[in-house]
Design a protein around this ligand. Structure first.
Ligand SMILES: Cc1ncc(COP(=O)(O)O)c(C=O)c1O
Length: 442
């Protein structure tokens, strides 16, 4: 139950509430039960950072769906743009609309200068499929370098390149010729090194791994700006530029998967801006439509230009509603300076989460940037043994007090702290109060 009397969060009774319980029972009889662990809450409507369930309980939201509703749930300008577009034209396939032209112009204008083209698709996985295809096509080669813990989606090339076993279970053999190497997960370094002194040992290993495994047919590198599904794992400063230099020296193409790190999430419009990275291809999803299904590949014209007429299209990509949404989201992001807000509020939240880490015996690590942070739960700080069961318990405890959180992580033990970027300081503090209360009850 909410401890934050008189504030936003208000949970009136034990969860699931009666209407939620009834809907869960009906759902379990008709849809395959293969989604992840979530609080026992049936969402009804949402606005900004506040979600209301079908029983009338209200929650602060640290999920943004799954890092999707960056401009806030149901931002009125986005809703209006999508509604107007819906009433006007629903599908036109590849035939051009003004809405698509405007969306593409806006997207190119917010990307770093070297990325001068885009192509619209619908999901993040599709952008990864497209980027892998373009890397192979542009180089005439077929080997892809990717990373342990990487998650790029559940379609075939995307899951094959990924470095998580879950999505591949019972599905192999996956696409061959992927050389997978460690991402710098410094809290659990596979080389037992310290980031301050290791000199980026994992990059040396990458060089060795490529020498041992490549037949000389390398196309490029596919990498997330930070590992999302593996547990919000951020590379140490300087690591990505060094990787970029390495792949340039080898003449390889560089695809940066920003499906979840773009659209202000880390405190810059794109995460690549932090260290001035210049990928040849960038995968963009989730926040670009802020809830309206949309995605895009951003590219250098000379790279994406290898595809000629008729070589890439998508039934839904760039449809009028998605295009209107992309334009509205970019306008909102710029007008409301949401990347700046993510940075400002992110710092406040990180400071309080760091304090909680000192006090709580189960918080092993707090990491992140802007409004994407991971709280890694362990049974014991010295052994760092992951605590996935405590993580589930915390999700339920937090929901019971009016805060929606989800989990990620190679071990399923990382809490996602990723509220919509419109969150205010007061909302941030209220949500942190609830989180602290929930932690104290573990
Ligand atoms: C980094 C990254 N790439 C790709 C994807 C796949 O996106 P989608 O689920 O829209 O296909 C995700 C989804 O979580 C992601 O986090």
């Amino acid at each position: 139950m909410s401890t934050a009397a008189g504030k936003i969060a208000n949970v009136k009774g034990p969860l699931p509430g009666p209407k939620s319980r009834e809907l869960f029972e009906r759902w379990e009889k008709v849809e395959a039960q293969c989604t992840g662990y979530q609080a026992r809450v049936v969402w009804d409507h949402a606005s900004g950072v506040v979600v209301t369930d079908v029983d009338g309980n209200t929650y602060l939201d640290w999920t943004s769906g799954v890092l999707v509703t960056n401009v806030g749930h149901c931002h009125p300008d986005l809703v209006k743009a999508a509604q107007e577009a819906t009433a006007k034209l629903l599908n036109n396939y590849e035939c051009l609309t003004e809405a698509r032209v405007v969306a593409a112009e806006k997207l190119v204008s917010v990307m770093p200068d070297h990325l001068d083209r885009c192509f619209f698709l619908t999901t993040g996985s599709e952008t990864v499929e497209a980027a892998v295809r373009i890397m192979k096509r542009a180089t005439g080669n077929f080997e892809i370098i990717s990373f342990y813990g990487g998650f790029h989606g559940r379609t075939y090339a995307a899951l094959s390149a990924g470095g998580l076993a879950g999505p591949k279970k019972g599905y192999g053999p996956t696409v061959p010729e992927t050389i997978r190497v460690p991402y710098p997960y410094c809290y659990r370094c596979p080389f037992k090194a310290k980031p301050e002194t290791c000199g980026h040992l994992c990059l040396e290993f990458l060089d060795d791994a490529v020498r041992a495994n490549s037949t000389g047919s390398l196309a490029g590198v596919l990498i997330e700006a930070y590992l999302g599904a593996a547990g919000f794992i951020f590379p140490p400063e300087g690591w990505m530029p060094k990787l970029e230099q390495w792949l340039r020296d080898k003449g390889l193409l560089f695809t940066l998967d920003e499906v979840q790190s773009s659209f202000g999430r880390t405190g810059k419009f794109f995460a690549m801006e932090w260290e001035g990275l210049e990928p040849d291809l960038v995968c963009i999803g989730k926040g670009i439509g802020s809830g309206v299904p949309a995605s895009a590949v951003g590219a250098r014209s000379e790279v994406i230009g290898v595809l000629g007429r008729g070589e890439m299209s998508s039934t839904m990509g760039g449809n009028p509603v998605a295009s209107a949404a992309v334009s509205a989201v970019i306008d909102i992001m710029q007008r409301e300076k949401l990347a700046d807000n993510a940075l400002r509020i992110g710092k406040i939240m990180k400071a309080r989460l760091d304090e909680m880490k000192e006090k709580c015996p189960y918080v092993g690590d707090v990491r992140g940037k802007g409004l994407v942070m991971g709280v890694e739960l362990v049974k014991d700080k010295a052994s760092k043994e992951p605590a996935p069961e405590l993580t589930k318990k915390l999700i339920d405890l937090a929901a019971g007090h009016g805060l929606l959180i989800g989990s990620v992580g190679i071990f399923g033990n990382v809490i996602r702290v990723a509220p919509p970027l419109v969150i205010t300081e007061a909302e941030a503090h209220e949500s942190l109060d609830i989180f602290e209360t929930a932690l104290s009850k573990l």
